[in-house]
Design a protein around this ligand. Sequence first.
Ligand SMILES: NC(=O)c1ccc[n+]([C@@H]2O[C@H](COP(=O)([O-])OP(=O)(O)OC[C@H]3O[C@@H](n4cnc5c(N)ncnc54)[C@H](O)[C@@H]3O)[C@@H](O)[C@H]2O)c1
Length: 266
Amino acid sequence: MNVTELLDMNGRVGCVTGAASGLGFAMAEALAEAGAHVVMTDVDAPGLDAAAARLRAAGLSVDTEVLDVSHLDALERVVDGIVARHGRLDAMFANAGISAGPGFAFGDAGRIGQIDLDHWRHVLDVNLTAATWSIKAAAKHMIAQQGGRIVVTASIGGIRAEPFVGYAYAATKSAMLNVVRQAAVDLAPHNVLVNAIAPGPFLTNIAGGRLHREPLIAAQFASAVPLRRLASPDEIKGLALLLASPAGSFITGTVIPVDGGATAAV
Ligand SMILES: NC(=O)c1ccc[n+]([C@@H]2O[C@H](COP(=O)([O-])OP(=O)(O)OC[C@H]3O[C@@H](n4cnc5c(N)ncnc54)[C@H](O)[C@@H]3O)[C@@H](O)[C@H]2O)c1
């Protein structure tokens, strides 16, 4: 296979959760630009419509499903529906996630004594349970078709202590790394490959768009990165496509940081 064929997604079907914004939008765009049909899902219906309209205007093949991933029955129904309509699911991106509020670097609200149980459970529902169910829902079909790719958006905040993020965020992103390893070994006999991307700080709408609105906070995040800047969402596209395409055929059970050197520096 030449390099163009290695990155070709023509004839493949992908699904991205949290695709209305930020990294999920960039992942959907990467798959679609490489030739896949992409089902974009998000809880934000107007945002999802606008995001899909942008990709369609560029001539890309996408459709949408409004989905709150923490509604696990709905999540499974949406994934089943994709396979019913398109006959297959080749790449599942479990990307939807939420912030757990600021970490202890930003004051007392992020310290361990301030963890609120309801908020903790909500973050676990979205970032851990729903991300695991996204793997489960996709794996059922990928086992049947004896092949597929699953990519989880974790975080460098799941690899090491990260004073900028809340406890629940660190806990869920760390837990997902081992869910990925577990699923990678479990599903390897079926040629289903499971990997995690661990982004450093990207300029997205996470945490209510705080990084856009508060330059001092953004500068603090950037100062912890050897490249001394935040990443643009486009900078996730190359790795997302690698993990979903024929080029990634021998990569499974890994976590790959895209972090400007942040994890190398500790
Ligand atoms: N931006 C960063 O610096 C960064 C760093 C590490 C990891 N991440 C992870 O990247 C992923 C994407 O975040 P982002 O930075 O692009 O943020 P974002 O807020 O720009 O995009 C997240 C999208 O997920 C959607 N979403 C939120 N909760 C949902 C739910 N329950 N069901 C369905 N959709 C839901 C939102 O509506 C939004 O469109 C998350 O898992 C996040 O934890 C982000």
